[in-house]
Design a protein around this ligand. Structure first.
Ligand code: NAP
Length: 284
């Protein structure tokens, strides 16, 4: 039976560390500040934004939400971002995705000052990650790396398989695992015989958005299984991309949904905001 890797518990540990750092910053007269830009009234986005604001509040990070109409033009939105770039009180800027269809998300993300890009989605930060240079790292993969560290699993030389190649999860986690000396394979929707790869994975990261997609018989005994999925099953119940019941019988470690990767993503956003504030104030 697998050991459950609780993202909730590890996120609490991260937050406790951040509280100490934020206290020290406050003593120096620096209060980290995060501004979230929310376009439109998508219900899920509203919940995510509320959760981010709550997390800021719990840590003493100043948070501000800029709410904009879903009819705003791309150029008007980019103007708002330029103003936030120039605002000295703002350390981190996050544009909540998805944006309405008439707006190109890449153009908007590129408009964010890379020094305030706490989501790590700007091409400059993504490029730095690819080069293995320290930078703002995307929060979900950064959180996964912290979970792997906490599990004590040896990454050097391990076979890591990532299922999914999105810019926000699949590609950056592949780069981070490579930096940690794993041998990395990235699978996607056109991969032939997926289980021949997943069965060979010492570390398996799944980010497809397909409910209960990876079953126990696709997993190597003893593997570390990280389930990024936030899906709903046929009964509308929240579930992951990995079928937990069959997978936990085979894996060595497994992350649950909910309570796995999700809380780590928010904790890493807080961590990136503190990092942005320190850089902004020239504090090591
Ligand atoms: P995405 O952009 O939709 O990407 C999905 C990836 O899965 C694509 O690369 C796709 O391949 C691949 N895929 C689709 N069908 C496949 C198949 N049959 N076999 C192998 N690969 C397949 O998704 P995402 O944004 O990375 O998100 C993935 C999941 O993670 C979602 O459930 C999302 O809600 C969740 N998520 C959770 C958090 C968190 O904090 N917990 C954060 C981000 C995302 P192609 O490229 O070939 O299409």
């Amino acid at each position: 039976m697998a050991t459950t890797l609780s993202g909730k518990d590890i996120a609490k540990k991260v937050n406790d560390e951040l509280l100490v750092e934020i206290d020290k910053l406050c003593d120096l007269g620096v209060t980290p500040g995060l501004t979230v830009v929310l376009v439109g009234d998508d219900e899920a986005s509203q919940i995510y934004v509320r959760n981010k604001a709550k997390a800021c509040e719990a840590l003493g990070i100043e948070s501000n939400v800029v709410r904009l109409s879903r009819y705003i033009s791309q150029s008007e939105l980019i103007e708002v971002i330029k103003e936030l770039n120039a605002d000295n009180a703002v350390d981190g800027i996050l544009v909540q995705l998805p944006l309405p269809n008439h707006i190109d998300p890449d153009a908007v993300l590129e408009a964010i000052d890379p020094k305030k890009d706490v989501d790590g989605f700007h091409a400059l930060n993504a490029g730095r990650l690819m080069q293995g240079v320290d930078t703002f790292e995307a929060c979900t993969p950064k959180g996964i790396m912290r979970m792997l560290k906490e599990s004590g699993v040896k990454l050097r030389g391990a076979n890591a398989v990532v299922v999914g190649r999105s810019n926000i999860v699949g590609k950056p986690i592949a780069m981070m695992l490579l930096k940690a000396d794993c041998t990395v394979t990235v699978c996607h929707s056109k991969t032939r015989d997926l289980s021949s790869y997943t069965k060979n994975a010492d570390v398996l990261v799944v980010a497809t958005g397909i409910p209960n997609f990876i079953k126990g018989d696709m997993i190597k005994p003893g593997a570390v299984v990280i389930d990024v999925g936030m899906d709903h099953d046929e009964n509308g119940k929240l579930c992951g991309d990995v079928e937990f019941e069959s997978a936990e019988k085979v894996a060595g470690f497994i992350t649950p949904v909910p309570g796995g990767v999700g809380p780590m993503t928010i904790a890493m956003l807080m961590s990136n905001t503190v990092q942005a504030a320190k850089q902004h104030a020239n504090i090591k």
